[in-house]
Design a protein. Structure first.
Length: 132
């Protein structure tokens, strides 16, 4: 078994299984898995729901139609799988901020929020730049 009660998965085992899943994804479906496109498509779906007509004319959404596809379901599966893994290993915590973040950036939410937002922007920019 990958974990016992109260213990977390080995990062080496999790990395190896992720690698095997990546290889199987290309071999079986001919596609690499990723997450950044899913967030952009989700934003497009939300814009369609609230009635924004401008989305139909955006060149990106002509190429990448905002719809629920295998990649969107993959991201939902990551959420569900991580929830199941944390509950079954008794490591699930409902916590707003990890201890390391609070120690480094203090108890105030503003500074941590700014750093987290900027980190997300940089990560998303890099992922989009790589067409991921």
């Amino acid at each position: 078994m990958a974990f016992t009660e109260g213990k977390v998965w080995s990062p080496y085992l999790a990395g190896a299984l992720s690698g095997v899943l990546s290889i199987l994804s290309v071999w079986v479906a001919g596609k690499y898995f990723g997450a950044s496109t899913t967030f952009v498509r989700s934003a497009g779906m939300i814009q369609k729901i609230i009635g924004s007509e401008r989305i139909a004319n955006m060149s990106y959404f002509i190429k990448e139609i905002p719809e629920i596809d295998w990649q969107w379901m993959f991201v939902v599966g990551i959420l569900i799988g991580s929830l199941i893994a944390s509950i079954t290993s008794n490591t699930f915590l409902w916590k707003g901020v990890p201890d390391m973040w609070e120690k480094r950036f203090g108890p105030g939410k503003l500074k941590r929020g700014i750093v987290a937002f900027l980190g997300g922007v940089i990560a998303m920019f890099g992922a989009r730049l790589a067409d991921g």
